[in-house]
Write a protein that binds this ligand. Structure first.
Ligand SMILES: *Cc1c(COP(=O)(O)O)cnc(C)c1O
Length: 405
């Protein structure tokens, strides 16, 4: 068995898939092919498959093949950012199409629909996809796509991926899952029925807050040529160095996600017991309303019709529920804004998914673009991206911030 075979374990494929050693030098790591073009030995006669780096670059190809393997897809494509990946995938739409968008999505995704795609005649409605009956009511004659983020941002709600997939396909609609928060280590939507997964690899896949990059993974090879055509035609590709950084980050995804999950659970339990906190949102807490659905999304490929796909190595029960935790401060907006300024180990910053802990105020920061949408974020909400520092230091930091309120 080779390390990149589909039967190899997830952690093995994270390190080897798409990354055979370099045959010309024996280099163990895929080099950063910092080149825009490739020599030809006669007109139109290439040495390999590479012609121009917007179309293909070997470092990007390695990343694309690796993430396709981890998500269980037929192909992967890498972009300059998560938003470039999303806007490229949405080139599948045409004027007059209608999209059902989860009502709790990344602010930038909402902005792409509300401020950009509507100008091109694409309609959308926001729907709470944790309530599958609402999805049925939202369909229109022209609905062609359903877009889900789970666990969602910033409320960490969980929607049943297999249920939404079945409901979307019953309507002949494509189904896209933004898998940024869980990462493929915890959740593989394509194996639960999604047609496409998108990622902001800026977050857990990169894992070190040092690169911005986006990913599309497609389940069915029949979409490869069309989406790759839009990638090359619109041109929002990831560069060789950024592709290398994400490839390198992915090698430690499994160990990082376990530690994020363990630290986040300890933080969620601590906050849950704290008198200055009204409510904690974390799918790993057994009392969380999304707990059982999150578990099902992560663990229950076996519940699917036809059983487990061959390359579905079932999650370990100790894999955890990721590093994102949100909470409502009892003191409302004033308290929330003070907490995010009082922590010292948790850095006040947007973004998430890196080894370092971050804290932010969604209503005024990451989700400010929801103003006027009808689904604005409660200004008492604080969002944490729990890193992999020593857990005692993280709890002490939160404790001093809450005590100072
Ligand atoms: C950050 C993020 C995006 C956008 O990705 P960029 O890499 O910042 O362009 C999309 N979806 C989710 C869930 C995100 O957190």
């Amino acid at each position: 068995m080779k390390g990149d075979s589909t039967n190899a374990g997830f952690d093995t494929r994270a390190i080897h898939a798409g990354q055979a050693f370099d045959p010309s030098t024996g280099a163990v790591n895929v080099p950063i092919y910092q080149t825009s073009t490739y020599a030809q030995h006669a007109v139109g006669k290439l040495y390999g498959k590479y012609e121009y780096s917007r179309t293909h670059n070997p470092t990007r190809t390695a990343l694309e093949d690796c993430i396709a393997s981890l998500e269980g897809g037929a192909f992967g494509l890498a972009f300059a950012s998560g938003m470039a990946a999303e806007s490229t995938l949405l080139q599948l739409l045409k004027p007059g199409d209608h999209v059902v968008l989860g009502d709790d999505v990344y602010g930038g995704t909402y902005r792409l629909f509300s401020k950009v795609l509507t100008r091109w005649g694409i309609e959308f409605d926001l729907v709470d996809l944790t309530r599958i009956e609402d999805l049925g009511r939202a369909y229109k004659g022209n609905t062609v796509l359903v877009w889900l983020e789970t666990p969602s941002n910033p409320w960490l709600r969980s929607a049943d991926i297999a249920l939404v997939a079945a409901a979307a396909h019953a309507r002949g609609a494509l189904f896209v899952v933004d898998n940024t928060f869980a990462s493929p280590y915890l959740q593989r939507p394509l194996l639960l029925g999604a047609d496409f997964v998108v990622h902001s690899a800026t977050k857990y896949l990169g894992g070190h807050s040092d690169v911005v990059l986006g990913i599309i993974v497609g389940k069915d090879a029949k979409y490869r040529d069309e989406v790759a055509f839009y990638q090359n035609a619109a041109g929002g590709v990831s560069g060789p160095f950024d592709s290398f950084l994400v490839l390198r980050g992915i090698k430690t995804l499994a160990v990082r996600m376990k530690q994020h999950g363990a630290n986040a659970l300890a933080v969620a339990r601590y906050l849950d017991a704290h008198p200055k906190i009204d409510r904690v949102f974390y799918p790993g807490l057994p009392a969380d309303p999304g707990h059982s659905v999150a578990r099902k999304n992560q663990l229950s490929g076996g519940a699917l019709q036809g059983g487990l796909p061959e390359n579905f190595d079932v999650m370990q029960d100790n894999a955890g529920f990721g590093g994102m935790v949100s909470f409502l401060a009892s003191g409302g907006e004033t308290a929330a804004r003070r907490i995010v300024e009082l922590t010292q180990v948790f850095t006040l910053a947007e973004s998430l998914g890196g080894v370092e802990s971050l804290i932010e105020h969604p209503a005024a920061m990451t989700h400010a673009s929801l103003a006027g949408s009808g689904v604005e974020v409660d200004p008492a909400l604080v969002r944490l991206s729990v890193g992999i520092e020593n857990i005692e230091d993280l709890l002490t930091d939160l404790d001093q911030a809450l005590s100072a309120l």
